[in-house]
Design a protein around this ligand. Structure first.
Ligand code: ZN
Length: 242
């Protein structure tokens, strides 16, 4: 494994992990601020009460703000696979991008190369299973939209990071209804109910069907849901058998 090159900067915003400590999840964010400097400032501001373990600049430079064994404050109120307090079990990576509010754009190649490098390093060292590599919007669909529909999850999956089954060219015939959709969302890991189904579908689309994020359960979204939920079920079964 190539050694990680990081710049250290201390953020005071962290605490102890729950006991016994377990780290088996990776949460990817965008910073949603106009500059990297502003994001670094905020993530290290004791009054802001937010942080992440790492931040990756657009030029690929990686900063470490919080030691990995500490609980950083990045996930907020969130849920995945019916588990909350995800800060306790996860590592958080902030990826510099202005975000939907300040001029959202694609993530440059140098930055994505560092995202790949850092994720791979953490996944190997902590044996993080593929179905526990998520975006912030996956675990907080009603509040968050990062890293968003321009983030290249397919590229990460090709590098062995997370799950992103190649979309099949022809839509499959699948049962298509709110009940089936909720079942598939929860098989993937989303904590959704009848009331929060639309934001969960938007989060699903931002990640797995990025060209249309309208939260509607059309035939293509239903087919993609079934395909993705099968891939997550396979990953979970494989890691349970280890
Ligand atoms: Zn976030």
């Amino acid at each position: 494994m190539i050694e990680l090159q990081v710049i250290e900067r201390f953020s005071p915003n962290h605490g102890p992990r729950a006991d016994p400590a377990r780290i088996d999840m990776l949460v990817l964010h965008y910073t949603g601020m106009t500059t990297a400097a502003a994001a670094l400032e905020r993530l290290c501001d004791p009054d802001a009460h937010v942080s992440a373990h790492y931040l990756i600049e657009e030029n690929g430079v990686i900063w470490r703000l919080v030691p990995e064994n500490r609980r950083a404050f990045h996930a907020g109120v969130s849920c995945w696979e019916r588990e909350s307090d995800l800060n306790s079990v996860s590592l958080g990576i902030e990826i510099v991008n202005p975000g939907h509010e300040w001029g959202y754009h694609r993530f440059p190649d140098a930055q994505m190369a560092s995202v790949e490098h850092l994720c791979r390093n953490l996944i190997v060292r902590y044996s993080i299973p593929a179905h526990r590599v998520v975006g912030h919007s996956d675990i907080a669909p009603e509040r968050k939209s990062d890293p968003g529909e321009l983030f290249d999850w397919a590229r990460l999956a090709r590098a062995g990071i997370g799950i992103w089954p190649p979309a099949k060219p022809a839509a499959r015939q699948v049962a298509k209804g709110p009940a089936e959709s909720l079942r598939n969302l929860s098989t993937i890991g989303y904590c959704a109910n009848a009331v929060s189904q639309t934001p969960a579908l938007v989060a699903f689309q931002r990640r797995f069907r990025q060209e249309c994020c309208d939260g509607r359960l059309d035939a293509e979204t239903a087919a993609r849901l079934s395909e993705v939920s099968e891939a997550f079920a396979r990953s979970r079964a494989a890691s349970a058998g280890k």
